[in-house]
Design a protein around this ligand. Structure first.
Ligand code: ZN
Length: 180
């Protein structure tokens, strides 16, 4: 348990966990939960109960696991039943994981964010970090709103302005754009 707790799983947020639940039909539920989370304070503790876990540090899937987070950090991973079963805190929001899969958040290293809703859609599909390669000033504010918890979205790494074909073609055009 502590091995997993110390692995990349510990980096996930509660919202990332909810968003990463699959199969696809449960993504609707995850998206609903995300919408509620933006309207009201999220429960400080979330328990995903009896889920099949893909730990990513080994080739196996681990069935019948329970994952508990508190304040966005994983505090327990272990069997859902039997000896050593994870105790679900009384104040936790319970998510039934039976028949569902749970994996660390995905990273999309090449997006062009053209609309702020793009980020919500990515999160709803389990992408918890993005690298935006066509940066604009409004992306910086979007990034900060997500960071402050004012908006639902993946962690956003964003580049500077787009300097590439077809917008720029000649060395002079590139040079002029860089100097602006
Ligand atoms: Zn591109």
């Amino acid at each position: 348990m502590s091995t997993l707790r110390d692995s990349h799983f510990a980096q996930l947020t509660a919202i990332a966990l909810a968003a990463a639940l699959s199969p696809a039909p449960t993504l609707v539920a995850a998206a609903d939960g995300a919408a509620e989370a933006s309207a009201a304070p999220a429960a400080s503790s979330i328990a995903i109960v009896d889920v099949t876990l893909i730990p990513m540090d080994r080739p196996d899937a681990l069935p019948h696991q329970t994952v508990v987070t508190r304040d966005g950090t994983i505090v327990a991973i272990g069997p859902a039943k039997g000896d050593g079963a994870v105790v679900v805190p009384g104040d936790a929001q319970r998510i039934d994981g039976a028949g569902r899969w749970l994996l660390p958040g995905l990273i999309d290293n090449h997006i062009h964010c053209l609309d702020e809703r793009d980020l919500e859609l990515l999160l709803a599909h389990g992408v918890t970090t993005v690298r935006n390669l066509k940066g604009a000033p409004w992306h910086l504010e979007l990034r900060e709103q997500i960071r402050r918890g004012e908006r639902i979205g993946p962690t956003c790494l964003t580049a500077g302005p787009f300097l590439n074909e077809p917008d720029f073609k000649t060395p002079d055009e590139f040079e002029a754009a860089v100097r602006r």
